[in-house]
Unconditional design. Sequence first.
Length: 396
Amino acid sequence: MNPGSPLTETSRILITCSRGIPPFLREEVRSLGLPVLSEIPSGIETQGTLDDTLRLNLYIRTGHRVLFPVKQFTGGNADELYRGITRIGWEDLIPADGYLCVTSSVENETIRDARFASLRCKDAIVDRIKEKTGRRPDSGPERDRSVVHLYWKEDQCTLYLDTSGEPLSRRGYRRIPLAAPLQETLAAAIVLATGWRGEDHFINPLCGSGTLAIEAALIGLNRAPGLLRGNFGFMHLRGFNEARWNDLREQAKRESRKSLGKRIVATDIDPGAVEAAKKNAMTAGVEHLIEFSASDFAETPLPGSGTIIMNPPYGERMGDAAKLDVLYKRIGDYLKQRCRGYRAYVFTGNPSLAKKVSLKPKRSIPFFNSGIECRLLEYELYEGTRKVKKEKKEKA
């Protein structure tokens, strides 16, 4: 690798995420000892070297992609874009006998289809590599090897190495997703938003394919989510520091706990969903920590006190919302009658249905699920009535 290669320099690093998640991603970045330079609705900017992108890909739970910038330049049209890209030393970054995927985000009045910009970008990269080495890498849509991302807004072009390759939401354990599943990164953000870190019991009725329970188990164990994956985009760059990556993985394994002192309980009325959740948990290596069972949510075992999270359907993608009124009313009854002493959360994208719970939320945390604006509603469920609690406090 040339000393002047972008891979040897400290640079701004962009970590993308879904809207609503930046506050949780920000704390993750800081916990790794990296600065937060800026925050946008769908990402966080930090600063570091390529080695730092290895750490980010290994530890980050809530981000989608870790983008390492290569070059920024001015280009008003496709020809200027092509020329600017061919001035970059791609032969030092991407193996000539490798495979390249180009993704793009384009807002330029001269471009009607972002796929054309991606194609032009790909041509420029492989033409440059062929000119310098006599060989050219294969290319296509698969993100399992070298990935370059083009961000082109008006006349400003920025080229990034996508060090993640496949999005970080694809942990690799969800082999059976079922209908309308939560993304792993969103599920992790929801668990982090509750403050649950394994200190008390975690209850997940209506568990579906088990994503919330599995992400909770990984968080409770302090297990880096990147340990579940064997392939990242940075592994296919020239100069990949494999020894450094292996050291980071071993360190992450040492930091992970082997067991939890508290219980994780997950139930669903659909036996097929429970079986799928068990298989997903097995792939993630946490099946021994989660007590799965098929039952109506109201029959979910409740050990002691702790945190309960429910992600009921909300009518956008899974049927008629009018038919869900009864479900949400039952959820409210269940929380009021059986879950005293718990911190309860309902994640929904339907405000009208949320009102059927008939409890006043202590907090309402905004998230987005596939473009749908949602809320994580927190309910504080007292052991007795709030009035009794208040009276006891006043007498003391």
